[in-house]
Ligand binder design. Structure first.
Ligand SMILES: Nc1nc2c(ncn2[C@@H]2O[C@H](COP(=O)(O)OP(=O)(O)O)[C@@H](O)[C@H]2O)c(=O)[nH]1
Ligand SMILES: [Mg+2]
Length: 288
């Protein structure tokens, strides 16, 4: 589900996730898990695929990284990076690379995540479009603290003047919550600016729609109902037309938030999204 076979031949066929029957989803969980666990970049030019998660505070970016960690470990991971509430903006102001440890000591998966808060309505809040462009090109050093009122400049110690292929962003993931109202024109403009910049750099993009459990009463009752939810379909097509990202690049997920154990339905959605992120990133690396 989500991504068809992309290798060999490098033809990637994306199937809209909500058209796929549930039984296929569960079967594919194990295939997707194996695939991401065995993944290695096709070229030696990089040691990892860098995924940039971009979206408003509270959209579920940190929760997605924690959820991926949990699914790969096969048990709930420490969710310390998740904000206690939506007003907690402190955690994502730093540009930090999140790596996930493999079972073998000292080894990490060859995909890493950065998350950037953005899409805040007022100027002086969220990361500026200029800084996001710099991050896409690899100019932002790990640990740099974004300053919402002034962009990073080459004179700043946080500026990486000669980014390696590893420092660049290989896939941009828009993170939107399924239970929030439509975006305002100001935010939409910012989204389009970032989207245009990423497209100019040929960086592949996809949309992660989080909190599908909170999207409507049916999905709250049973996650399998996401394939039937009219509300979710409408939400996705609204974002799709606003942003100009085709619907077949949309991945609905439910992050682990309150659970104490893993669940196949939740894992399947997370893994299919992760698999496509990796494939898109890998394809981009080849063209770099
Ligand atoms: N029900 C539900 N809650 C979620 C989901 N994803 C995130 N949350 C909750 O939303 C809040 C904000 O999430 P967080 O990951 O910190 O958002 P970030 O600011 O984008 O990093 C936290 O309380 C999470 O537990 C989801 O898919 N479903
Ligand atoms: Mg966060």
């Amino acid at each position: 589900m989500g991504g068809g076979e992309s290798k060999p031949g490098k033809i990637l066929i994306i199937v809209p996730v909500f058209n796929v029957p549930h039984v296929v989803v569960t079967e594919n969980k194990w295939k997707d898990l194996q695939y991401v666990k065995n993944y290695q970049p096709q070229t030696k030019a990089v040691s990892h695929v860098r995924v940039l998660l971009y979206g408003p505070v509270g959209a579920g970016k940190s929760s997605f990284i924690s959820s991926v960690t949990s699914v790969l470990r096969g048990r709930m991971a420490n969710v310390a990076l998740v904000g206690a509430n939506n007003a907690d903006q402190s955690i994502t102001k730093h540009y930090k690379t999140h790596k996930i440890k493999k079972e073998v000591r000292g080894n990490f998966y060859p995909f890493v995540f950065n998350d950037i808060m953005g899409l805040e309505e007022k100027t002086g809040q969220g990361v500026s479009v200029e800084d996001i462009k710099l991050a896409l090109k690899g100019h932002v050093k790990d640990g740099y603290k974004f300053n919402p009122v002034s962009s990073l400049t080459p004179e700043d110690p946080g500026y990486n003047s000669s980014p390696s292929p590893d420092d660049r962003v290989h896939v941009l993931v828009w993170v939107c919550s399924a239970n929030t109202p439509n975006v305002t024109p100001a935010i939409l403009q910012k989204m389009r600016d970032v989207r245009e910049a990423a497209s100019d750099m040929n960086i592949p993009q996809l949309v992660l729609v989080t909190k599908v459990d909170e999207a409507c009463a049916e999905t709250e009752k049973d996650l399998k109902n996401i394939y039937k939810s009219k509300h979710l379909k409408k939400k996705m097509s609204d974002i799709s037309s606003a942003l100009g990202v085709p619907l077949n690049c949309f991945f609905p997920v439910k992050n682990y938030s309150k659970e104490i154990s893993l669940n196949d339905d939740v894992d399947s959605l997370i893994l299919s999204a992760l698999r496509v992120m990796i494939d898109f990133g890998d394809d981009f690396i080849e063209t770099m």
